[in-house]
Design a protein around this ligand. Structure first.
Ligand code: NAD
Length: 460
């Protein structure tokens, strides 16, 4: 028997042996308890590590395919279960996640050679990762996290948001099934039948969880960062968009409506407040009227704000709803198809500082670019998340980018260009501002390991 066959035989014997202790009822990753889910993921991770990178890519290709084949189904089920977002936009997000999440090519080893020999730095897995996922992008985040984490050699236990549990379970089952069909290990992605905040906390404190990736609001990010473990926090944003006097105003109006209405403003990167410099404000508003928007008058604005902000917080019953549904709350019927509601407010209005996550966009006018930048920084509230600008003035763009310090800065496009939709670069649905990893990908989910060969291999 040649050596390669012998190695393959030994690997398959080890995998069979590891499989003996598995819960036979849960091949597709769905468990009653967090402990069962973590144990299954731990056993799966040992098997994943035995496979070579080529096989890991076969597994990732299978994940991409099953997600692309079922994108329309997943999008429809997400909207039905969560009651949030737009099916067509969710299809676009799922396709983006399936196609543009980097795989193993994202892992780039480095090497140093010199008089003392050779040192190799490689990226190894953490082990089992806890992925806490949001209701706003429930499935795109699962697909994106799973591809990146598995590419890094890890397995995943997902704690989906309770309002998207059924669709998340369906997706995880189909992905595990697709992996099995290409000969990959069972249970690479696991979850529990009834995820809650309590199961999320159990998962974070489980001794076999080696990394926590929390995508959500301030509460979950704080919980992850207080866990005492390696944690990646992808938190809230309130992206401001500035339009200055040098911008292509018609295009700016078009792009802002496209970004702010996309999936009913659920993405954390979506435009949440517009800041106009006075000299172009009238022209911009005229261009905006040509888009699928409804301009609220002052009375409608104050009536609607009372529905949106309840006890100082966003009314969750309106999050991710269609513009027409929101307008209906103040008994206004739009004449035609409306994607976005617009309100003109002053710079101290509470809507300017609120992460509304619904297709209602406040617009503020200020006298000049310096005032616009100062206000944008205030609106962003130190989230270091996303900012957008429509401008042809390099000095203004530089000044704004430096002042706002966001992870993503989009110039002259809709916000989603910043995650690779119509803009260059890979995609992610976990943007780690608070902990600084930025746009996460496979390499984010690995640890650097060094191997030194003293006085060894050099060819020069
Ligand atoms: P959420 O914080 O309510 O829930 C997110 C997840 O965290 C859920 O699975 C939930 O069960 C869990 N969770 C919530 N509080 C917890 C706690 N105290 N301890 C442990 N687990 C907890 O957020 P959401 O409404 O689902 O999503 C919207 C928020 O997520 C917005 O603020 C949005 O900006 C943010 N978000 C950020 C990114 C990013 O990449 N930075 C991506 C998507 C969404």
């Amino acid at each position: 028997m040649i050596q390669e066959e012998l190695v393959a035989l030994i690997k398959s014997k080890v995998i069979d042996e590891l499989s003996k202790n598995e819960n036979q009822n849960s091949d597709l990753g769905i468990f009653d308890t967090i402990d069962e889910a973590v144990q299954a993921a731990k056993s799966a991770q040992k098997k994943l590590c035995l496979l070579d990178l080529e096989k890991r890519e076969v597994i990732i290709a299978a994940i991409r395919k099953v997600c692309l084949d079922n994108a329309a189904l997943f999008a429809r089920l997400s909207v039905e279960e969560s009651g949030m977002g737009r099916v067509d936009d969710k299809v676009a997000k799922l396709i983006l996640a399936a196609k543009k999440t980097p795989g193993t090519e994202d892992l780039v080893p480095s090497v140093q050679t010199g008089d003392n020999g050779l040192t190799l730095i490689e990226q190894g897995p953490f082990g089992v990762i806890a992925a806490i996922t949001p209701v706003t992008n429930p499935i795109a985040t699962i697909i994106n996290n799973s591809i990146g984490m598995i590419a890094g050699g890890n397995t995943v236990v997902v704690n989906p948001h309770p309002r998207a549990v059924n669709v998340s379970i369906k997706v995880i089952e189909l992905i595990n099934d697709a992996i099995s069909k290409v000969g990959g290990p069972k249970n690479l992605i696991c979850t529990v039948k009834e995820p809650t905040i309590k199961t999320s906390q159990q998962l974070m404190s489980h001794p076999d969880i080696k990394m926590i990736v929390a995508t959500g609001g301030p509460g979950v990010v704080k919980a992850a960062l207080s866990s005492g473990k390696k944690a990646i926090g992808a938190g809230a944003g309130n992206p401001p968009v500035i339009v200055d006097e040098s911008a292509d105003i018609e295009k700016a109006a078009h792009d802002i409506v496209a970004g702010a209405s996309f999936d009913n403003n659920l993405p954390c990167i979506a435009e949440k407040v517009v800041i106009l410099v006075e000299s172009i404000a009238e022209e911009f508003m005229n261009c905006l009227k040509k888009q699928s928007v409804y301009l609220l008058n002052d009375t409608e604005t104050s009536d609607l704000v009372e529905k949106i902000i309840v006890d100082g917080a966003v009314n969750k019953a309106l999050v991710g709803k269609d513009a027409a549904y929101i307008l209906n709350q103040i008994e206004v019927k739009p004449i035609s198809d409306v994607k976005l509601l617009i309100m003109q407010v002053d710079k101290d209005h509470p809507m300017v500082y609120l992460e509304q996550l619904m297709p209602v966009l406040p617009i503020v006018t200020v006298s000049n670019i310096d005032e616009a930048i100062e206000l944008a920084v205030k609106c962003e509230q130190g989230n270091r998340h996303t900012a957008i600008m429509h401008s042809k003035n390099v000095d203004n763009m530089t000044k704004y980018a430096k002042a706002i310090e966001t992870t993503i800065f989009v110039k002259n496009g809709p916000s989603y260009a910043g995650i690779g939709m119509g803009g260059e670069g890979f995609t992610t649905f976990t943007i780690a501002g608070p902990t600084g990893e930025g746009l996460t990908s496979a390499r984010t989910f690995t640890r650097k390991r060094r191997c030194t060969l003293v006085d060894g291999f050099r060819i020069v």
